[in-house]
Write a protein that binds this ligand. Structure first.
Ligand code: HEC
Ligand code: HEC
Ligand code: HEC
Ligand code: HEC
Ligand code: HEC
Length: 210
């Protein structure tokens, strides 16, 4: 059912000229990661070209959701782009969770016999959305914005938009392999700052503590 694939890809794609300065570094880092046996999850996720990924230690956190939403079925099997649902990521602080109307654009006709879709339809008919619980949540005194990171790592360098999950993955792990999203990166100050240091991001306190 890849009906959305080409349309979506077109909609979000720009010319595909790629720099290769970061490529060698990224490959080397990926190899080091593999050799150091740094968790199987990290090894599965390709290191996106042009990003030096900082070290991180984190156990992972699972947050139960009102409906078990399978990221893998949508993104891996049906190749729906992350930014098709998380539409605000490229232009604002937040990435955004899609409203139920967006789900129903497909699920009025797709998999209507499945219990989870019937539950979703009940929410829709009541005019409600499932109460998705927050998985990632930095403290209020921290300033974070998706837009700047995606601009720098995707759009400014014509990184292929269909591979954007690799860039999301630096901070969110390999969501394409997950059902409901799990927290897999620490997102602590140390992690943020190490990445800024390695990738020429801002180092001053006020960049993140306005
Ligand atoms: C069909 C729509 C859809 C697509 C495509 C999709 N997501 Fe999601 N995403 C959701 C929904 C619904 C939730 C809320 C349930 C959950 O947390 O699993 C969510 C939650 C998340 C969260 C956790 C949000 C929080 O509270 O911290 C992250 C991170 C995330 N998605 C990243 C991604 C990435 C990366 C991709 C691409 C590989 C992707 N998503 C593709 C619908 C989508
Ligand atoms: C672009 C179309 C599309 C959108 C938008 C979409 N889905 Fe899906 N979804 C699918 C397809 C295709 C499948 C796989 C159906 C199958 O295998 O029979 C699926 C499967 C599912 C399943 C698994 C059903 C089962 O038990 O097998 C759930 C749950 C689900 N979607 C929830 C959602 C939610 C919640 C949203 C909105 C956040 C959403 N979907 C948005 C296309 C979509
Ligand atoms: C540089 C790190 C980083 C990257 C890259 C990144 N995120 Fe996030 N993301 C975060 C942080 C930090 C939060 C928590 C923000 C907060 O609590 O205010 C978050 C929160 C989220 C959330 C839940 C809250 C919200 O903003 O709606 C979703 C969904 C999400 N990210 C999806 C994505 C997707 C999809 C991508 C890739 C297109 C992506 N993120 C790329 C760090 C990142
Ligand atoms: C993948 C490496 C990486 C990670 C991880 C990362 N950042 Fe960044 N961040 C950057 C880079 C590079 C820039 C500079 C982007 C530009 O403007 O070109 C940046 C820019 C920013 C900005 C914009 C500053 C400004 O005023 O323009 C903020 C705010 C920020 N990061 C906060 C955070 C926080 C908070 C975290 C952790 C939750 C984080 N970042 C994690 C690489 C990263
Ligand atoms: C790249 C982003 C970034 C920069 C730059 C940054 N911080 Fe932070 N800071 C964070 C994040 C994210 C947290 C939240 C940590 C957590 O939740 O574990 C934090 C937390 C804190 C806290 C709360 C206590 C703690 O340690 O957890 C203090 C105090 C703090 N920062 C001070 C500073 C000072 C002083 C500087 C400049 C030397 C600075 N920060 C630079 C991202 C940043």
């Amino acid at each position: 059912m890849p009906f959305s694939h080409h349309r979506l890809k077109k909609a979000v794609r720009r010319g595909a000229v790629q720099g290769c300065s970061g490529r060698a570094v990224a490959r080397l880092l990926f190899l080091l990661v593999l050799m150091s046996g740094w968790g199987p999850v990290m090894a599965e996720l390709p290191v996106p070209e042009g990003i030096v990924v900082p070290e991180d230690e984190y156990e992972g956190k699972h947050v139960p959701q009102p409906i078990e939403f399978p990221h893998d079925v949508h993104t891996k099997v049906n190749q729906i782009n992350c930014m098709y649902c998380h539409t605000y990521a490229r232009r604002s602080k937040v990435a955004g969770i899609p409203p139920t109307s967006k789900c129903m654009g497909c699920h009025k006709i797709i998999a209507t016999d499945k219990p989870r879709i019937q539950k979703l339809t009940e929410y829709w008919e009541r005019g409600e959305s499932p109460k998705w619980k927050k998985v990632h949540d930095v403290p209020d005194y921290v300033h974070f914005t998706h837009e700047k990171h995606l601009k720098r790592f995707v759009f400014d360098k014509d990184f292929p938009v269909e591979d954007v999950y690799q860039v999301c993955g630096v901070c969110h792990g390999n969501v394409m392999e997950m059902t409901v999203a799990e927290k897999q990166r620490s997102l602590t100050m140390g992690f943020c700052r190490r990445c800024h240091e390695a990738n020429e991001g801002p180092g001053d306190c006020w960049a993140c503590h306005k």
